[in-house]
Design a binder for this molecule. Structure first.
Ligand code: SF4
Ligand code: SF4
Length: 154
């Protein structure tokens, strides 16, 4: 069993995107059909990069997401679910139970049906700890509604 200090969201945690454009957009997010349909509402001929494994990725000629311009996302209202969730990522609590000897008592746990979820986060995001308390239930709903993730559970 691991005892690593995973970045797990705690109750009352704050977040506000500082629109730094530095961390989250220097990656190639995977998208699903729903994400693609949404993006095509504003860029009708957009074609994602398709990896050898058949994954649709946002990867432009420069190697990073093609919608990052001058440090900002130009499809902010239409961006993929994984971008909407960033810097948080929900996992089922039982996965964390298997990873850690003991879960700190102030960890944010959100119940949904018979399952419980916790949220990992990217510590490099400068928006963590700023702004308003996080609506974890809203994040979880967004996550669960994304067909891609339902088809490919963690
Ligand atoms: S790294 Fe964090 S603060 Fe910067 S743009 Fe992304 S979400 Fe916002
Ligand atoms: S879609 Fe927008 S938020 Fe997502 S990686 Fe690209 S520029 Fe960043």
């Amino acid at each position: 069993m691991l005892t690593v200090d995973l970045p797990v969201a705690r109750r009352g945690m704050l977040f506000k995107c500082k629109l730094c454009g530095q961390k989250c957009c220097n990656m190639n997010p995977e998208i699903d059909k729903e994400d693609l349909e949404r993006i095509r509402k504003i860029f009708p001929s957009f074609k994602p990069y398709v990896s050898p494994e058949g994954k649709m990725l946002l990867m432009g000629e420069k190697g990073y997401c093609p919608f990052l311009k001058n440090g900002l996302c130009i499809i902010h209202e239409y961006k993929p679910v994984i971008c909407q969730l960033y810097p948080f990522y929900p996992i089922e609590k039982k996965i964390l139970d298997n990873l850690l000897e003991e879960i700190p008592e102030d960890v944010e746990i959100v119940g949904y049906g018979l399952e419980e979820y916790v949220f990992l986060f990217d510590e490099k995001c400068p928006g963590i700890g700023e702004g308003e308390p996080i609506d974890f239930m809203g994040l979880l709903n967004k996550f669960l509604q994304a067909k891609h993730f339902l088809k490919n559970p963690l």
